[in-house]
Ligand binder design. Structure first.
Ligand code: MOS
Length: 724
């Protein structure tokens, strides 16, 4: 199904099942511990051996010698895989660094060997007997030091509109400030884990991966085997946040280990390995310049961001939102990329915008104060209904101002003291802060297969994944709505490369696109039902488990017949996404309390107002947003991969040293969704919300801390030492 004209009224609009706050249909499996995660699939490989990954002890250099003889003699050891034994491996297109290193080492804890043994303990013990001599080289590990050598990435040219330097210099009110964000880790609950099983030349990998088709393709390429000889299965995922967009060392080494051992092998990355072996959100240095008239009209806006990555890596695209969020005739946005020898940087929840808004939205707060304007009012004054870089190109919808006004009213923003450090509650200084939320809405093709069986049960199959987001549920809701059956007559099977290729879970595009793919397949199935019954397809009604046309009504079970009916289709997009800018908007509001003597910071209240198209399930969408808000508090106050700039690794490589907040840290969180449907986004009229929820949160917290204390912190995380 090609979607290239705005959606009109369609079966989803009935909203009998879609739009309802249905609890997650796989929830009971998860809360009872019976959802089988990759590492727990004892049933499919009861004879699996255990693989233990050895990470490089140096950050840069080479392996001079590797001696596995003692380890090979250790009890229970079945095989040892190194780059030498594995032979040449292909390079997966989506990984910057090799997933099995040697002899060259590109970063600390890059995998250099896998020890396979009968038990986990034997594998771990034998791994200690592998002797590796390294020749270490000097590397670049400090972004601030590497900043001057940073270059413009080839595919990320500067964007300039009008005369930024001239307009900035002429502006009566100016801000020129630099902000820093640290390296951050995904820190998802479930580690990267895989079980590999070879049957002849056919590899099946049970794993934990957000993007099945990407993963299967990259695994085949890495191993140098045909794509159709790889099956990837990932039905349950204990969090990803972008860290599982691509295959990692566990996948490749489980496959190589199973081949070498001649039996299934399971590999989980240990927690200490995850922080340096897998990607992270790269640190940034961001310089923001804003020039405005005295009435608050922005005349010049400039945003430059520096980040680092391994050779051939990518920048953190922290200036993305600044190209679209506020009006202003003269603009400059630029990315600079430094070469660093730290572990690979890559996507983490709302890559680009999450980091960029951490800086931009403090800058907007500072600018509002210089102008003597309320921060909400300042933002509203600089709203734009068209893409500020492409005159005449409109947003599909942009109820940004409504988000801010609704939020201000619901949060009691009018009570905020404009001057900081004015409000006390006993020993606590109280402040309110806000920030804009912005994240693009991406359209990407997505396929599904639906079956109708003789019992009237509808089964959906698609390689879409559910990373804890609720994909199972909104897909079931979509199929139920389309076929006119109750939810308990729908089965959903996800995360298998044998199924049609979906959008996958990334970039908050999964919800809208994967359900639109199910919509397309169901549309075809409805037509197949009509054809079989000889029904006129223009007056079909699918409801109450039956299909009606004119005065005839046939139960779906009967319509399916003994053989059932099956249909497969995918949603594809025309140029609507080019014609209209598609983005999601919101406002974040935070009340913070800062201890007057110790500087301890507590978030007391948070509110998010989101405009993200039709909300397919208000319960799962709300869970996405409050989870993202909590993650934003982590970015504001806690999360910080500490770099050892001498040896080149992240020091705090476990969940004791890398702190994240939990819901109990935030007593009150509220989410409001604006009643919005976007006919440009898909037949579902939905957009992404899972990443919008984090965008801007950290700045809202930092602004609240400023309002409480009068201390402006521009270096994240905002920790108490920076307040005293
Ligand atoms: Mo997201 S960072 O694209 O999983």
């Amino acid at each position: 199904m090609k979607f290239d004209t705005p959606a009109t009224t369609n079966p989803i609009d009935a909203l009998r099942v879609v739009g309802q706050p249905v609890s997650r249909i796989e929830g009971p499996l998860k809360t009872t511990g019976t959802a089988p995660y990759a590492y727990e699939r004892h049933d499919i490989a009861p004879d699996a051996a255990y693989g233990h990954v050895i990470g490089s002890a140096i950050a840069k250099g080479r392996i001079a010698a590797i001696d596995t003889s003692a380890a090979a003699r250790a009890p229970g050891v079945r095989a040892i895989v190194t780059a030498r034994t594995a032979g040449p491996l292909g390079k997966a297109s989506r990984n910057t660094a090799k997933l099995l290193a040697g002899p060259e080492i590109a970063h600390y804890h890059q995998a250099v060997a896998l020890v396979v043994a009968d038990t986990f303990e034997q594998a771990q013990a034998a791994a200690r007997l592998v002797r590796i001599d390294y020749v270490a080289e000097a590397g670049a590990f400090d972004l601030a030091a590497a900043r001057d050598g940073a270059v413009t990435p080839e595919d990320e040219p500067d964007s300039t509109i009008g005369d930024f330097p001239g307009a900035f210099a002429a502006a009566p009110v100016q801000l020129d400030a630099t902000y820093t964000t640290p390296d951050q880790a995904h820190a998802m609950m479930e580690p990267h884990a895989s079980i590999a099983v070879w049957r002849g030349d056919m590899l099946t990998l049970w794993t934990s991966n957000q993007m099945i088709a990407w993963g299967a393709g990259d695994l085949a390429k890495t191993l140098g085997i045909p794509r159709d000889k790889v099956r990837l299965v990932s039905p349950y995922i204990g969090g990803g946040f972008g860290g599982k967009l691509f295959i990692r060392a566990d996948a490749v080494l489980a496959a190589l280990g199973a081949k070498a051992a001649g039996q299934p092998v399971k590999v989980a990355l240990t927690r200490p390995l995850m922080f340096n072996n897998t990607p992270h959100r790269p640190a940034t240095i961001q310089r923001i310049r804003i020039g405005a008239e005295r009435d608050g009209t922005i005349t010049a806006i400039g945003h430059e961001s520096w980040s680092g990555d391994l050779p051939d890596g990518k920048p953190e695209t922290a200036v993305q939102q600044t190209r679209l969020l506020y009006a202003g005739a003269n603009r400059l946005t630029a990315l600079r990329l430094a070469t660093l020898d730290l572990p690979e940087g890559n996507a983490m929840r709302a890559p680009g915008e999450a980091s960029g808004l951490m800086a931009l939205e403090i800058a907007m707060d500072e600018m509002a104060e210089k102008l003597g304007l309320d921060p909400v009012e300042f933002r509203i004054r600089n709203d734009t209904q068209e893409d500020p870089e492409t005159p005449g190109r409109r947003f599909s919808q942009r109820p940004f101002v409504q988000c801010l006004r609704t939020g201000a009213e619901r949060f009691g923003w009018a009570k905020r003291a404009a001057r900081p450090a004015q409000v006390r509650d006993g020993v606590w200084l109280i402040g309110l802060g806000m920030a804009s939320a912005f994240r693009n809405n991406l359209l990407t093709k997505s396929a599904a297969r639906v079956r109708l069986d003789a019992k009237g049960v509808v089964t959906v199959e698609t390689d879409m994944t559910d990373i804890g987001t609720g994909s199972y549920t909104i897909i079931a809701q979509t199929a139920a709505e389309m076929m006119g059956v109750p939810l308990d007559k729908v089965g959903v099977r996800l995360g298998d490369s044998d199924f049609p290729v979906s959008a996958g879970s990334g970039g908050q595009w999964g919800g809208n696109n994967s359900t639109a793919g199910v919509y397309a397949a169901c549309t075809k199935l409805r037509a197949a039902v009509a054809r079989k019954l000889g029904f006129n397809s223009t007056d079909l009604v699918f409801a109450d488990g039956a299909v009606r046309s004119g005065d005839r009504s046939v139960p779906l079970a009967a319509a399916a017949g003994a053989d059932g009916l099956v249909a497969e289709d995918r949603i594809e997009y025309g140029d609507l996404a080019e014609k209209y800018q598609q983005s999601t908007f919101g406002g974040h509001f935070v009340e913070a309390a800062v201890h007057a003597h110790t500087g301890e910071i507590r978030v007391r209240r948070m509110l998010a107002v989101c405009a993200a198209g039709r909300i397919l399930n208000p319960k799962s969408a709300r869970s996405q947003v409050i989870g993202a808000m909590t993650m934003g508090v982590g970015a504001a106050l806690m999360e910080h991969l500490a770099v050892d700039t001498g040896r080149g690794f992240f020091v705090n490589h476990d969940l004791a040293g890398y702190e994240v907040p939990v819901h109990a840290d935030i007593p009150h969180q509220e989410v409001v969704f604006l009643d919005e449907t976007d006919p440009m986004s898909s037949p579902m009229k939905a957009k992404g919300v899972g990443e919008l929820g984090i965008c801007g949160v950290a700045a809202a917290v930092a602004n609240a801390v400023y309002n409480a204390t009068g201390v402006r912190v521009r270096d994240y995380p905002v920790t108490l030492d920076k307040l005293l």
